[in-house]
Design a binder for this molecule. Structure first.
Ligand code: HEC
Length: 166
């Protein structure tokens, strides 16, 4: 008899181990009731993408890499826009209030104003947490990152030589 492939065995073991634990967790709050349509990103994955950009935005901003900071701020904005468009169960007010800190960040970044950047970043993070509390996910709490986990990316501003237009 052919033995079962290792990933199958591992998955079975993992599921067997997780099943009782999952059954005991009925007390934890349910995630939003939206169904994930085929091809659409999951809400939690859009959020994780926003989280990565939340970290990158901080390190781009505090090192004064304003182009990168502007880029990361746009990435956060589009992830939240996608989340709002795809998941109607998200509280509308909590999505629209994010527009304010994102706009404040854009202004601070355009003015290359570090102090305003730090202030607006704090407001952005507070906005993330405020919606999480609203949807009973207060345990997903964001803060200003202490260390940069993206060690393969350069955050310090450098002179970039762009290719000439053909
Ligand atoms: C309008 C509401 C709302 C806003 C604003 C919001 N979130 Fe979320 N967030 C959610 C919901 C709902 C979930 C749970 C998603 C799920 O489990 O399906 C979530 C989950 C998360 C998670 C957990 C995902 C994981 O795998 O750990 C992280 C991290 C996260 N959000 C980061 C952020 C960041 C960073 C911001 C701000 C830039 C933000 N969120 C703004 C509603 C919001």
């Amino acid at each position: 008899m052919r033995s079962k492939p290792l990933p199958f065995v591992l998955a079975t073991l993992l599921l067997a181990g997780l099943a009782p634990a999952a059954a005991q967790q009925t007390a934890s709050p349910p995630p939003p009731a939206d169904v994930v349509k085929p091809g659409n990103p999951r809400l939690a994955d859009l959020m994780e993408a926003a989280q990565a950009r939340h970290i990158k935005l901080w390190f781009a901003g505090i090192t004064g890499n304003w182009k990168l900071a502007a880029y990361q701020n746009r990435q956060i904005k589009t992830r939240l826009q996608d989340a709002a468009a795809l998941y109607q169960s998200l509280p509308v007010d909590d999505v629209t209030t994010m527009a304010k800190p994102i706009a404040a960040l854009a202004t601070a970044i355009a003015a290359e104003d570090s102090k305003a950047f730090v202030k607006a970043y704090g407001e952005l993070t507070a906005g993330c947490n405020s919606c999480h509390r609203e949807v009973k996910l207060g345990f997903v709490e964001l803060k200003t990152p202490a260390v940069n986990p993206f060690s393969d990316q350069i955050f310090e501003p450098r002179k970039i030589v762009e290719p000439k237009k053909k």
